[in-house]
Design a binder for this molecule. Structure first.
Ligand SMILES: NC(=O)c1ccc[n+]([C@@H]2O[C@H](COP(=O)([O-])OP(=O)(O)OC[C@H]3O[C@@H](n4cnc5c(N)ncnc54)[C@H](O)[C@@H]3O)[C@@H](O)[C@H]2O)c1
Length: 490
């Protein structure tokens, strides 16, 4: 069975001759030859409702009185091919196959040369952190529409080169929030009961039954610095264990439960029994907790850092532990971290304070595992898989990191003669005027556009268009001076 792709043209010099809708004949053949696609799992197109199937595909159930959305169709019959590297989650593989895409799955990463040789066959690629997508790779990616990074960061991708070619890049920055929040709960218990020290003593045969300096969490005050995805989830979990919560954030944020927002960082540090950091790495957060801030913390309080290694001055923390001002700490992130797992990877050579910190009592050091769970991996698969489907099927770029975020509510089943224009273009004067000259004589049902630096993206739904209109719109849009990439979905 052939699986259809979406027709598109990337503006010269990007698009080689004969690609996309380069001729009327291609469009005509496609329009006269509607395909019957395999059943697709409904994916929300970003318009807030679940799409159903059309053009011979099954419709999903819609509520009485609501308009069923329509899964948008490409014009030509070329199958959409997706390359998945680095053993991305099987959930994502299944989701993309159920959508009818042709998925090639590989467990390893590919070198730049391998990518350059083969990337030209693919419309989408999914990677994790080991595959580097360089400018050279993007230059060879003549059909590529979208990249899915099945991980948190996107450092491995030349985002600028991708954006210049109209290729959207998605990742999953928040899929492991719950994993981090749960780890902090575990660390709170471990620190307040000196669990790491007792467990380590028992491994060497030492029986040391003590209650002095060991506490319940109930009634204690947790200070959360950074009340975002992780901090706010942690707030709810901590309250459910009987803790009180105070938080500090640069933004005024609605408290969850009975939490209370501190006016200043110092106010939080002065009061909290436990302080935990959940801020991003920014110039303002670099060295945010140093000797001065540690001195502002209550004597006998605890510090947890699962955010970024640059946020806490670990030398100053070691001093505060040695002086017993701080009763314990849990650290998951470091200024310099080993490139790979192995013995003797984490020594004074990497960070000069290492052995001093290791020798302090009630210290829990973990190797950046805050977000490392099976569930987080699976959530990443679902989130990035969905983003790829939404972009390919509906043009929705919500969540893209290198690209303007634009979406439109869905086209419904009753709008049979409507099409969606996905137009990536240079952000330059006159670009939208040129588009409106082309589509202005049609009924533009809805339209949305945004720009991010040099790249702009427009989605527009046009109703009651004939086959001739579609050909004309497509050809003229592809020839506009600002065009980077034009796709039409119907
Ligand atoms: N240890 C791990 O494995 C792991 C896993 C996931 C995330 N993280 C890290 O955790 C941190 C938090 O992640 P998140 O998903 O909750 O981020 P987020 O963006 O959802 O929340 C961060 C919060 O910090 C606030 N903030 C920014 N600057 C601040 C400042 N100077 N003072 C106070 N608040 C400030 C922001 O307003 C925001 O509310 C990030 O640094 C992330 O990289 C670590």
């Amino acid at each position: 069975m052939t699986v259809p792709s979406q027709s598109f043209t990337r503006a010269e010099p990007v698009s080689p001759p004969g690609k996309g809708f380069s001729s009327f004949a291609t469009i005509q053949n496609a329009l006269n030859d509607p395909y019957v696609a395999p059943a697709r799992v409904p994916i929300d197109g970003g318009g807030g409702a679940q799409p159903s199937h059309s053009h011979g595909r099954q419709r999903s159930q819609s509520l009485p009185g609501t308009q069923a959305p329509r899964v948008l169709q490409p014009f030509d019959r070329e199958e959409i091919r997706i390359l998945l590297l680095e053993n991305v989650s099987q959930g994502a593989v299944s989701m993309l196959r159920e959508q009818g895409f042709q998925v090639d799955f590989h467990t390893g990463s590919w070198s730049e040369d391998e990518l350059v040789e083969k990337i030209g066959e693919y419309h989408a690629i999914g990677i994790r952190s080991k595959t580097h997508l360089s400018r050279r790779v993007f230059e060879a990616a003549r059909k590529l529409l979208v990249v899915g990074c099945f991980c948190i960061g996107t450092n491995q991708v030349d985002l600028k080169a991708a954006g210049e070619r109209g290729i959207a890049v998605f990742n999953s920055p928040f899929a492991n929030s719950r994993s981090v929040a749960e780890l902090v709960i575990g660390e709170l218990v471990c620190l307040s009961r000196q669990l790491a020290d007792r467990a380590s003593e028992m491994r060497s045969g030492t029986w040391n039954k003590v209650s002095k300096g060991c506490y319940e969490l109930r009634g204690k005050l947790l200070g959360i610095i950074g009340y975002g995805h992780i901090g706010s989830q942690l707030s709810v979990l901590a309250e459910s264990m009987g803790m009180r919560v105070i938080y500090y954030d640069v933004l005024p944020l609605m408290p969850l439960g009975s939490a209370h927002q501190a006016e200043t960082l110092e106010e939080l540090l002065n009061q909290a029994d436990f302080v935990t950091l959940h801020v991003p790495e920014l110039p303002e957060t670099r060295g945010m907790i140093g000797a001065k801030e540690l001195a502002q913390m209550k004597k006998g309080s605890y510090l947890i850092n699962n955010s970024r290694g640059s946020v806490v001055d670990l030398e100053a923390l070691t001093d505060a532990l040695a002086s017993k001002h701080i009763a314990g700490c849990a650290v998951d992130v470091y200024p310099r971290e080993p490139a790979k797992n192995g013995e003797n990877a984490f020594t004074n050579e990497l960070n000069p304070w290492t052995s001093r910190l290791q020798s302090q009592p009630n210290v829990i050091m973990t190797p950046h595992i805050g977000g490392s769970t099976e569930e987080a991996q699976s959530m990443i698969g679902i989130e990035v898989g969905n983003a790829l489907c939404r972009y390919l099927n509906f043009g929705s770029s919500i969540g893209a990191v290198n690209f303007p975020e634009v979406t439109l509510r869905h086209i419904t089943e009753s709008e049979a003669r409507a099409i969606r224009i996905c137009y990536v273009h240079h952000n330059q004067p006159g670009a939208l005027l040129a588009v409106n000259e082309i589509i202005g004589s049609h009924n533009v049902d809805k339209q949305s556009t945004d720009s991010l630096k040099d790249i702009a993206y427009l989605l527009a739904d046009i109703s009651d268009v004939s086959e001739n209109d579609i050909r004309d719109i497509y050809t003229r849009l592809s020839k506009t001076p600002a065009c980077i990439l034009t796709r039409l979905l119907s």
